[in-house]
Design a protein around this ligand. Structure first.
Ligand SMILES: CCCCCCC/C=C/C(=O)SCCNC(=O)CCNC(=O)[C@H](O)C(C)(C)COP(=O)(O)OP(=O)(O)OC[C@H]1O[C@@H](n2cnc3c(N)ncnc32)[C@H](O)[C@@H]1OP(=O)(O)O
Ligand SMILES: NC(=O)C1=CN([C@@H]2O[C@H](COP(=O)(O)OP(=O)(O)OC[C@H]3O[C@@H](n4cnc5c(N)ncnc54)[C@H](OP(=O)(O)O)[C@@H]3O)[C@@H](O)[C@H]2O)C=CC1
Length: 253
């Protein structure tokens, strides 16, 4: 990944930070973008231990204006954009009958609209550069299994999957690949705080995973590294589940 210029939204924490660390270890220049500047600066210090360039940009992906600024900054600093990882997300458990309009909108705006704004802006830049490129979306296994209590996130991630396939077809002639990783439960992340914060919930989540454990952020980062690399040059429009078979029927009756 030497010389590659990569934007990772939500890159200061959890899976986003793990991907940023791995891409940096492989030689890429990294732009991390999210709302909390303190988190961004703290993460940038860790990511820059590999002696590569790390830029932070305080960005709310729900704002097309802020997304445009993020892309402009990345181009000013690195001259181009090779890879975008749409990782930023919000989620929390709330029964569908009790979910407020704002609660629904807050998650759909981040996950689906944010992914769209970033993809369109970066897509335009990649076409302008005539370099091709790579967009990696972070989905969720809940698109296939459903998940009571997170209707907003599940529906938005389904939209992201559909967007992945559509943009892959539209932009294939521009040599822009678009793929999606669908993780199951990954330990030590924001999802853990939001979705299985009690021992009872954590046990229930673990019980559903045939592999008997949650995944690690590094395991997701390794899959992401493959997908954005030239080893995956013929892979586009595809989704990759990484979940220890957790979305499948575990057996029994
Ligand atoms: C079972 C395992 C399988 C794993 C699959 C997991 C799939 C996906 C996982 C993830 O996406 S994990 C990512 C987790 N990380 C985060 O959520 C971090 C970022 N989150 C946030 O910033 C907030 O949680 C946010 C609410 C998503 C957005 O913050 P924002 O400041 O924009 O919103 P608010 O103004 O605070 O709230 C808007 C609206 O939502 C209501 N609300 C917020 N939290 C809750 C809650 N816990 N329960 C119920 N409602 C909530 C809030 O009250 C507002 O609504 P109104 O009160 O105005 O009606
Ligand atoms: N961890 C898991 O088990 C799973 C995770 N996923 C997906 O993986 C990805 C990462 O999740 P995870 O690492 O767990 O969670 P984190 O909470 O650690 O990461 C989410 C990131 O998104 C950023 N973010 C949230 N809202 C916005 C916004 N409006 N604009 C810009 N950035 C924003 C947050 O930063 P800030 O709040 O500062 O803006 C944060 O850094 C998400 O797409 C999630 O849906 C999918 C399945 C399972």
């Amino acid at each position: 990944m030497e010389g590659k210029s990569i934007i990772i939204t939500g890159g200061a924490t959890g899976l986003g930070k793990a991907m940023a660390m791995e891409f940096a270890r492989l030689g890429a220049d990294i732009v991390i973008a999210s709302r909390n500047l303190e988190n961004l600066e703290k993460a940038a210090k860790e990511i820059s231990t590999f002696n590569n360039k790390v830029i932070v940009t305080q960005t709310d992906v729900r704002s097309p204006e802020q997304v445009e600024k993020m892309v402009r900054r990345a181009v000013e600093e690195n001259g181009k954009i090779d890879i975008l990882v749409n990782n930023a997300a919000g989620n929390f458990r709330v029964p569908s009958l009790d979910m407020s309009v704002n609660a629904w909108n807050s998650v759909v705006d981040i996950v689906l609209h944010g992914t769209w704004y970033c993809s369109q802006e970066v897509g335009r830049q990649m076409v302008f550069q005539k370099t091709g490129g790579n967009i990696l979306n972070i989905g969720s296994t809940h698109v296939w299994s459903g998940n009571p209590g997170t209707a907003h996130s599940t529906a938005a991630k389904a939209g992201v999957l559909a967007l992945t396939k559509t943009l892959a077809v539209e932009w294939a002639q521009e040599n822009i690949r678009v793929n999606l990783i669908a993780p199951g439960p990954i330990e030590g992340t924001g999802a853990a705080e939001q979705l299985w914060s009690t021992p009872e919930l954590e046990k229930a989540v673990l019980n559903r995973i045939p592999s008997g454990r949650m995944g690690t952020p590094k395991e997701v980062a390794y899959l992401a590294s493959y997908l954005v690399s030239d080893y995956a040059s013929y892979v586009t429009g595809s989704s990759f589940v990484i979940d220890g078979a957790g979305h499948l029927n575990k057996g029994g009756v």
